[in-house]
Design a protein around this ligand. Structure first.
Ligand code: DQA
Length: 150
């Protein structure tokens, strides 16, 4: 089972960027731990600060991965193109935000992605990624069972 985590702009700075909001842990460190714990999942990670690169990755992985966890950073609140890409691909996508965007500035309250994603996890820190991966892997497992492929 292949699940991809995609992080958007500025999330390469996790651990150094506004730690009072996003925490002090670098994402690579957290990702390695997650990979070791969820060994039944082939877990991959992609980060880019560029909208086009994120679109290309969604197009590529969206037709081969079993699920995608997407934190599009600030593009969440601006990008109709990313929302269209999520709608265009068959892979289920879970939207994650580390901070609780709903108790921050009003411009963070709206997500163009939310309507096209399976669901959203906000405000639970890096733990949100783990919950999203676990949910996706259970969802894939259940649908494979229903289809008789397991
Ligand atoms: C974020 C929330 C966004 O509003 C912000 O622009 C980010 C990070 C989060 O994970 O909390 O870059 O997506």
């Amino acid at each position: 089972m292949k699940i991809l985590i995609i992080n958007g702009p500025n999330l390469n700075l996790l651990g150094r960027r506004e730690p009072e909001i996003y925490g002090a842990r670098p994402f690579d460190d957290f990702f390695r731990e997650l990979q070791a714990q969820l060994h039944h999942v082939s877990l991959e990670y992609f980060q880019s600060n560029h909208e086009g690169a994120l679109l290309d990755k969604l197009h590529e992985a969206g037709f081969e991965a079993d699920g995608i966890v997407l934190n599009a950073g600030a593009l969440t609140h601006t990008s109709i193109a990313l929302a269209d890409a999520v709608a265009a691909i068959p892979a289920p996508v879970v939207e994650v935000h580390i901070s609780n965007v709903h108790n921050r500035e009003p411009f963070r309250h709206h997500s163009y992605l939310a309507a096209t994603c399976e669901g959203s996890i906000v405000g639970l820190g890096l733990e949100g990624y783990r919950l999203a991966v676990e949910w996706l892997s259970r969802r894939v497992h259940i649908s494979r069972k229903l289809e008789g492929n397991e």
